[in-house]
Design a protein around this ligand. Sequence first.
Ligand code: C2E
Ligand code: SIN
Ligand code: SIN
Ligand code: FE
Ligand code: FE
Length: 410
Amino acid sequence: METQKIDLITQISLDINEVKDLDILLERILTRVRKFFNADAGSIYLKQGDRLKFSHTQNDTLHKRLGPNEKLIYSTFFIPINSRSIAGYVAKNCQIVNISDAYKINGSEPYTFDSDYDSISDYRTHSILTVPMINQRGDVLGVMQIINAQNSQGNIIPFSRSDESLINNFATSAALAVERAQMTRNIIMRMISMAELRDPTETGAHVNRVAAYSVELYETWARKKDVPVYQIERQRDILRMAAMLHDVGKVAISDLILKKPGQLLPQEFDIMKSHTYIGARLFKNAQSEFDDVAAEVALSHHEKWDGTGYPGHMDPISGKPVPGFEGPHGKPLPKKGEEIPLFGRIVAVADVYDALCSRRSYKDPWDDGRIVEEMHRSSGKHFDPEVIDAFFSCLDVLKSIAERYPDDKK
Ligand code: C2E
Ligand code: SIN
Ligand code: SIN
Ligand code: FE
Ligand code: FE
């Protein structure tokens, strides 16, 4: 029995290591851990500076009370890392805490249960198992908490002694995965800020919007295509980070062109076009699926469905046409339709939509009606008609994303 459980934990850890985006990773950790211990609810707190950030929560009972389009509402909050709260105590003392009834905590303990959340949500917390997430160096990265273990009849029971050591094991590998995800994300963020230093239009907000639009477009497209949920989830975070780097090749473009206040001359625009394959070149030693996708998105986000985009069948490494795809004047033959990778077709829609909504050194933002008309008109020309269908199905969500990432007033 215990060996079976350990095997399962190993399997879950492998699974988690494949996920590279932190938010999705944490949701998945919570889901798996709760299922494993048959816990009704759970939360993850991440250490941020000297506080814990309450960053993810799940609760089956509250979830079941929601209407079809409602989401669990909880606000992000911080708690200090001290012994007065349960999570704070666990983080401060690097110690697991197993409580069988939140409302009957021994008065000699330094921590108390904060029942506010229960009263706001009309929930009753009984058993709580709280464990620190510690990396190999012994640093606390956060705290994992699961609530209300249930037996097979669905009655709430305390967590057992053996649950304590099992969840410890699990928290260790979760901590490693979180650390790796944070490191990957930090490196990508550094790449993005490098690009931002070079190009004032590629702001953090623009990059976040294009990434979030792309993920939403992909999910909408994939649901219509009955792509399995597992596949969607797996691709989503890869796409998100790849989309953030779609224009990273602009770091190689001279300021004279990049920051030119007016229209580009044709020869300047030709140079600008090289940002596609120069970007792809940065990922040429593909180490992971992420590198492949990032290269694909950088290379193909300016292709057009009707074959009038750029750079066509270009080999990013040589900067010359792919052998066998030489066209007139030594230029590569164009790519069109499904020759353009799906994520390139998706990021194209996200990027242009965002460019039209935004101010650029060379253009004013467009109004809503004109944008919708342009996106509609470009279906089957610039854009894949199926991606445009997805675009119109989720336009409301895209607008709410834009509100989440407004441009800074400079
Ligand atoms: P960007 O500003 O992020 O624009 C991305 C894409 O959005 C453009 O790709 C284009 O397909 C679309 N787009 C942007 N503004 C408009 C518009 O006013 N009308 C229409 N129909 N589409 C628009 P594109 O054209 O391949 O340009 C790639 C990048 O080259 C642009 O990224 C921008 O950084 C630069 N760029 C393009 N044209 C000019 C220009 O006239 N002046 C300057 N300074 N930069 C330009
Ligand atoms: C994320 O990648 O951070 C979440 C993606 C989503 O909102 O679906
Ligand atoms: C351009 O800026 O040269 C063309 C804009 C577009 O591709 O729609
Ligand atoms: Fe671009
Ligand atoms: Fe862009």
